[in-house]
Write a protein that binds this ligand. Sequence first.
Ligand code: NDP
Length: 249
Amino acid sequence: MTRTAIVTGAARGIGAATAIRLAAEGHAVGVLDLDEAACADTVSAITEACGRAIAVGANVADGAAVAAAVARVAEELGAPTILVNNAGIIRDNLLFKMSEDDWDAVLGVHLRGAFLMSREVQKHQVEAGWGRIVNLSSTSALGNRGQANYSAAKAGMQGFTKTLAIELGRYGVTANAIAPGFIVSDMTRATAERMGVSFDEFVGHMVADIPVARAGEPGDIANAVAFFCSEAAGFVSGQVLYVAGGPKA
Ligand code: NDP
């Protein structure tokens, strides 16, 4: 069955791979990111493969922008019943050097953003009696040096997900979280830069601790998202799936 999906932070990285994957499953996709023009590549990858997609510019932490974005997707592609809360930023620093702005910005995009998007999209899901919400957590939820803000946000995503699962289950809506390990993207490139090492060196260092002995790719996460969004996953809700090339607690 074909649905309408919204993927946030879909201009690049994991979000772009996820949007393209959901379109390949037959869904129409609202490709949402801060800058509408930056979504062009993801949208053309979908339309060139005969899928349906539109670019939507919105800051997920801004309530009015979120309401307008969801309304636009509903009007142009049909009521959105699949939501992937993927938009994210990092502002890493050790606790004693972390500014209030670094704290607020990270919690704002991940937690407030996922809250605002989910609150807006659930109206359409409840009306349809069907829905899928997938939230991007991280292995950093288990704690990671230099990421007090990010790990708090990513652990928060897990509690948020479980509560959505409890509240929305009776309306046919499932909510699950994916906690990626090390994935090659602009975000991890920025981490290498901050640490003052080349990306190749950084990848080598990270891969040494990954049981499957390779770095993750955005497509690895998109595959897991596609499962949670499928009709077949209707009895799977409130779960956190670590997609990290090995076991995580
Ligand atoms: P990227 O930095 O490559 O992409 C994130 C996207 O989110 C960017 O296009 C960015 O836009 C967009 N974005 C940022 N802030 C907002 C906002 N306020 N509103 C709308 N869009 C926004 O990240 P990844 O693809 O690596 O990560 C995707 C998700 O996966 C994130 O939630 C991340 O925390 C999580 N994750 C990633 C891991 C990894 O190893 N890469 C590991 C674990 C989790 P812009 O370019 O304009 O800033």
